[in-house]
Design a protein around this ligand. Structure first.
Ligand SMILES: NC(=O)c1ccc[n+]([C@@H]2O[C@H](COP(=O)([O-])OP(=O)(O)OC[C@H]3O[C@@H](n4cnc5c(N)ncnc54)[C@H](OP(=O)(O)O)[C@@H]3O)[C@@H](O)[C@H]2O)c1
Length: 214
C-alpha cells in the first residue's frame, strides 16, 4: 500500500515508515520542507535495505498516497490540514496525534471537540475517513529491532477505513482491538498521557498496553 506520513520526519512517523517499508509498503515521508523529507527518506531507506521510501512536501505526499497518516503535534493541525484537505477526500486518514502539553500541570489537553481525531475530522470535512490509531505504540518501540509489545487500539466511523488500518497494524505484527466510533478517540488519546507518566516514573521510553479478557 502507498502510505504518506505527514510529519514523518519526527520519531513516531519515521518509526512507522521504517517498519512498514520493511514489510513491503511504499512510504512517502511528508514534511513542511521537502528537503527535510527527502533527507529523512534517504536515511530510512538505508536502514530498510533500500526499500522504497520517498520524501515530499506534506501536500504532495498526501496527494500521492492511498492512505494518509498524520504524525504531527496537535499544535500543527490547524495550519497543516487545510493544505491537504482536497488530497484526503475519500481516503483513510490515520491520526496518531495526542494533544499533550508538556509545560504546566495538565499533560492531556484535548481540544473542545473532545479529541485531536475529532478536530482532524472537522478540519478535513466528512469525506475524509478518519481513524484514530497507534497512540500507544511508542516511537522508541517502533525504532527498535524487536517485535512490538503492545496492542493496537483503533476507533473510527468508516468500516472500510478501519479494515485498512487493521491490515496495516497486523502487517506490523500487532494485535488490533477495535474500540468503536471516533467519539471514543478522547479516551484512546488520553491513555497516552498515562503511558508518558509511567515512562517518567520508571525512567523508560516504551510502556504500552494490552487488553485482557478477549
Ligand atoms: N513520540 C512518540 O513516542 C509518540 C507515541 C504515540 C503518539 N505520538 C504522537 O504522534 C505525533 C508525532 O509524534 P512525534 O514525537 O514524532 O512528534 P514531533 O517530533 O514533535 O513532530 C513530528 C514532525 O511534525 C512536524 N511539525 C512539528 N511542529 C509542527 C507544526 N507546528 N506544524 C506542522 N508540522 C509540525 C515536524 O516535521 P517538519 O518540521 O519536517 O515538518 C516534526 O518532525 C504527535 O501527535 C504525538 O503526540 C507520539
Amino acid at each position: 500500500m502507498k502510505i504518506a506520513i505527514l510529519g514523518g520526519t519526527g520519531p513516531e512517523g519515521a518509526g512507522l515508515g521504517l517498519r512498514w517499508a520493511r514489510v513491503g509498503h511504499e512510504i512517502i515521508i511528508g514534511s513542511r520542507e521537502a528537503g527535510r523529507a527527502k533527507a529523512k527518506a534517504a536515511e530510512l531507506a538505508a536502514r530498510a535495505a533500500g526499500a522504497p521510501i520517498l520524501g515530499m512536501s506534506n501536500p504532495d505526499a498526501a496527494m500521492t498516497a492511498a492512505v494518509v497518516v498524520l504524525a504531527l503535534p496537535a499544535q500543527g493541525l490547524a495550519a497543516t490540514l487545510p493544505q491537504v484537505k482536497e488530497a484526503c477526500r475519500g481516503k483513510p486518514v490515520v491520526s496518531t496525534v495526542v494533544p499533550l502539553t508538556f509545560s504546566g500541570s495538565r499533560l492531556f489537553t484535548p481540544p473542545p471537540i473532545g479529541s485531536a481525531a475529532e478536530e482532524i475530522q472537522a478540519l478535513l470535512g466528512p469525506e475524509a475517513k478518519v481513524v484514530a490509531a497507534f497512540h500507544h505504540i511508542a516511537a522508541h518501540e517502533l525504532g527498535s529491532e524487536h517485535p512490538i509489545d503492545c496492542d493496537l487500539l483503533l476507533c473510527g466511523d468508516d468500516p472500510e477505513a478501519k479494515a485498512t488500518v487493521t491490515e496495516l497494524g497486523k502487517s506490523l505484527g500487532l494485535r488490533v482491538v477495535d474500540v468503536g466510533p471516533l467519539a471514543n478517540a478522547g479516551p484512546v488519546e488520553g491513555i497516552t498521557a498515562l503511558l508518558v507518566t509511567i515512562n517518567r516514573r520508571h525512567r523508560i521510553k516504551n510502556s504500552g498496553i494490552r487488553i485482557t479478557g478477549i
